[in-house]
Design a protein around this ligand. Structure first.
Ligand code: ADP
Ligand code: MG
Ligand code: MG
Length: 887
């Protein structure tokens, strides 16, 4: 029979699938001999069964009985025993950490009798009643779904009656009253009595934790983090230890290295005389962990030792939750800690230097998305004349500028209108998630680096300044006030710097990050800080490992040159349509309006030298490296004036209308297509408009010859778009070959040029074996291939229904961002295999948007492509991921 319950002594860190991250790591710490309060874990499998069937699996209750009895024996007291109660926490814990997303209930086992037992055992009435009211509060919120504010209001009222702002001043009597008040709230809101049977409390809490897997905010978080929907959560039953037993008790969180910068040191927050929730909630102000040395040296020293032990064991930066009960240290949680992009690079290299991990592992520890974050611009260092409002904590780096909003809903609303917003709150909670996602940055006035805002923003890679305590934030009134008296209201623009914690009024200009300057070659590694050194080191390692080359999509010499500085090994897609815009539009119009061969040829002859010089510049920038030039792809009417505008112009002019405009209007009408995406474009244009492709091929060949004469090493590759049948390609190829030969003869210089095609129609992929007979290379145009495989037009559908599709889980990510492995990817595989079978050594690449997407890069590696091509700015990201894919 399945086993649904594991004692902490039975699990280990590798059982995250089954025990969740928290349970697996509690077990690991237990087995390391660290002081973990005893307990057991109910598996995610039990949760999945519960969510699927609406009931607990057979045998679970018996197993829980047995493990609870075991725990009671070990602790020498029974759950809720009236004279000396065992209390437990019931804690959620999924495979992937979802900070604050799901539920935990503390102090389970307290009731009207056992509260006296707890008081007697602890010698502290106040503590016992405080714990009891906390239980009702958490149980009421989590299990019975009662609005938390009702309880908080009651606490506020009690404080007011006592004439204080601080929980610490409330007495045992106050808490007794609050317990009665809380029970009444439960009765009123839930229509039932607060359950006083300890076992019933525990069982209901377990079910509530299971249910919390499907809470809306958890669903939203999973979607954002791309966590699968069907994993379920484990439940940890953990005997309680108390940080709220007086000033020799307390609770805290710690990191083994700074999660913001990656620097080694002692980072964390500590709160005396408090239970765990108080730290994260930012209800009271914590002290830095280093203060603990003064408060309780023995516990502090032990904690540092444990932190070192954990790092050496996990071989990574860890974060930790601990509690001190009357001078005794207890470990309540650990995991490999979340960190900023900069910290990830620094820590990976530190661990490499310490000899804890090897270079492959160091490269595995950093991600392309993190590198992309390091390339974001930051604020200029000169901020003269700009009002600095305050400095908070640098919780998550980046430079964010936007209009101030005070609610999550408003953030979403403005962001949907395309505005940049900064979400300003006193503190955030899980209900603010949508607003945090919509905002450019998050600013809070309370809470430390471990507050909800900080943890979640870091996870999202969103700029965040937290704990800016000098700001007086009045959410209801929609304004905040800075210490100098400046009042900022909704809609005002501010700038926040997540790297320094500075908050400015107005828009601060931004500049390139040092990492970009390093890639640009403007900053030598030796002159860079340890972050630049770490990036350089890991990039080199990735380059050494990569099987995929990285090229760039670039249409002009400037982009080509930048891409090259960023490490591109050629151009995978040089679009030519941009070369027909601007002043050259007239020439294209002339081509379209041509009434006979002579007129058409004249128009083409005028375009050809312009094209030639475009190509010369690009070949020069990519000297010695391949440049794949795609012949013109979009429908010609894209180069003509807008139908409506032109009709109006002609109509208004009446009889006096310019005859050219009339002819243009006629052409626009003639070329109009219901569905241009599937219309006269790509290779079809080349076959229908005589001379068009030939002109381009001639321009390429002449440009290559000119470069060669100038001592250069041009490597042109000619790419035919939108081929669906080998016959199309053959016709164009034969014509192109003829022209290449002509130019070689005319110039006396024979520059070899590969002729290949894009694979961007399902038919092309499915007949790749035939097409490969006529193609010297394939480049997967996965933008069009995605459109044509799914049958939806990117320009129309993304806004129309993608968010709904993501909500419904029809896809986990937009197939335009991350290559759809099962559908589009299958076509790519088929084409790669059959193409290479027909022509061994066939060169394969990808030039869709996906070429710069980490997951898609890994896919291209698996399929065995030769290169990916992406926008110049993504080139470093693709290089890193190409290396990681090969490790
Ligand atoms: P989360 O996943 O949101 O961090 P946890 O299950 O870790 O939730 O619990 C919330 C808080 O309660 C934490 O601060 C934790 O340290 C504290 N806590 C949980 N279990 C116990 C326990 N057995 N004794 C004392 N404090 C606990
Ligand atoms: Mg926790
Ligand atoms: Mg295309």
């Amino acid at each position: 029979m399945a086993k649904f319950v594991y004692d902490f002594t039975e699990g280990n860190k590798d059982l995250k699938d089954l025990l969740g991250g928290k349970g697996a790591n509690l077990a690991e710490m237990t087995n390391l001999g660290l002081p973990v309060p005893p307990g057991f874990t109910i598996t995610t499998e039990a949760c999945r069964h519960y969510l699927e069937h609406g009931g607990l699996p057979d045998g679970l209750e018996d197993e829980v009985d047995r493990h609870l009895a075991e725990l009671e024996r070990a602790m020498g007291k029974r759950l809720g025993q009236s004279d000396d109660p065992l209390l437990v926490s019931v804690r959620s814990g999924a495979k992937f950490s979802m900070p604050g997303m799901m539920e935990t209930v503390l102090n389970v086992g307290l009731n009207d009798e056992s509260v006296h037992g707890l008081a007697a055992q602890a010698g502290d009435e106040r503590f016992a009643w405080d714990s009891y009211r906390r239980l009702i509060q958490m149980f009421g919120g989590t299990v019975l779904g009662i609005e938390g504010e009702l309880f908080e209001d009651a606490v506020e009222a009690a404080k007011k009656a006592r004439g204080t702002n601080d929980d610490v001043d409330l007495t045992a009597e106050d808490f007794k009253d609050l317990v009665e008040r809380f029970k009444a709230i439960v009765r009123e809101q839930a229509g039932r009595e607060f359950p006083t049977d300890p076992r019933e409390q525990m069982d209901l809490a377990v079910r509530a934790v299971f249910d919390s897997w499907n809470a809306p905010r958890a669903i939203l978080y999973r979607r954002q983090e791309r966590i699968p929907v069907d994993l379920g959560t484990a439940v940890n039953i953990c005997s309680m230890v108390f940080g709220n037993l007086g000033m020799d008790s307390g609770t805290g969180v710690a990191f083994t290295r700074d999660p913001a910068s990656g620097q080694q040191g002692i980072y964390g927050d500590y709160l005396q005389n408090a239970q765990g929730e108080d730290v994260v909630a930012g209800i009271r102000n914590t002290v830095p962990l280093t203060e603990l040395e003064r408060l309780d040296k023995a516990s502090y020293d032990q904690l540092l030792q444990i932190m070192e032990k954990l790092e050496n064991h996990y071989l990574d930066m860890c974060d930790i939750e601990f509690t001190i009960e009357r001078g005794k240290l207890w470990m309540l949680q650990t995991r490999v800690g979340k960190r900023t992009a900069a910290a990830a690079f620094r820590i990976a290299c530190q661990l490499l230097d310490q000899g804890l991990i090897d270079a492959d592992e160091a490269a595995r520890r950093v991600k392309g998305d993190q590198l992309a974050q390091l390339m974001f611009p930051r604020f200029t260092s000169t901020t003269d004349g700009i009002t600095k409002l305050t400095r908070g904590m640098n919780a998550s780096p980046g430079a964010a500028v936007g209009k101030v909003v005070f609610t999550s809903a408003r953030a979403v609303e403005l962001a949907e209108r395309g505005e940049d917003v900064i979400l300003v709150r006193r503190e955030t909670n899980p209900d603010d998630l949508a607003g945090m996602m919509a905002a450019r940055g998050v600013l809070t006035s309370r809470g430390g680096k471990t507050s909800h805002a900080a943890v979640v923003a870091r996870g999202m890679g969103k700029t965040c300044v937290c704990g800016a305590e000098e700001l007086d934030v009045d959410v209801k009134a929609g304004r905040f006030t800075a210490p100098d008296g400046t009042t900022v209201t909704e809609g005002d623009v501010i700038s926040i710097d997540g790297s320094s914690g500075d908050v400015y009024l107005g828009e601060v200009p931004v500049e390139d990050s040092p990492v970009v300057r390093y890639f640009e070659g403007e900053l030598a590694v030796a002159d860079g800080d340890d972050l630049v050194k770490a990036v350089d080191r890991l990039m080199r390692h990735a380059d050494g490992r990569a099987a995929l080359a990285v090229r760039a999509n670039a249409d002009n010499p400037e982009d080509a040159a930048r891409a090259r500085r960023f490490g591109a090994r050629g151009i995978g897609l040089c679009r030519t349509e941009h070369m027909f815009l601007g002043d050259r539009r007239r020439l294209v119009e002339a081509l379209i309006l041509a009434e006979d061969d002579a007129e058409r040829q004249a128009a083409l002859d005028a375009l050809e030298p312009l094209q030639r010089s475009d190509f010369e510049g690009i070949f020069a920038a990519m000297d010695g490296l391949p440049v794949t030039i795609r012949l013109i792809d979009p429908p010609l009417h894209e180069f003509l004036p807008d139908l409506t505008e032109l009709s109006v112009k002609v109509a208004l002019a009446g009889d006096g209308a310019d005859p050219r405009d009339r002819r243009l209007l006629e052409a626009v009408n003639r070329l109009h297509e219901q569905n241009p995406m599937l219309g006269l474009r790509g290779v079809r244009l080349g076959l229908v408009i005589p001379g068009l492709f030939s002109m381009q091929v001639r321009a390429i060949a002449e440009a290559a010859a000119a470069r060669r004469n100038a001592g250069g090493d041009p490597r042109p590759e000619i790419m035919i778009p939108l081929v669906g049948a080998v016959q199309e390609l053959e016709a164009v190829r034969d014509e192109a070959r003829g022209i290449l030969a002509d130019v070689a003869r005319e110039t006396g210089v024979d520059v070899p040029a590969l002729i290949g095609t894009m694979i961007e129609l399902p038919r092309a992929a499915l007949t790749a074996g035939q097409i490969a007979e006529a193609a010297e290379f394939f480049s997967f145009g996965t933008n069009d291939l995605t459109q044509t495989t799914w049958g939806f037009s990117r320009d129309d559908v993304e806004a129309a229904f993608f968010s709904r599709y993501l909500e419904l889980g029809i896809f986990g990510a937009s197939p335009f961002e991350t290559l759809d492995r099962d559908g589009v990817g299958r076509l790519v595989r088929i084409a790669a295999e059959e193409g290479r079978r027909a022509r061994p050594g066939l060169k394969l690449g990808i030039c869709g948007e996906h070429g710069g997407d980490p997951d898609s890069v890994h896919f291209c590696h698996e399929v065995g492509l030769d290169y990916v091509s992406c926008s110049p700015f993504r080139v470093p990201v693709a290089r890193l991921e190409a290396g990681r894919a090969a490790i």
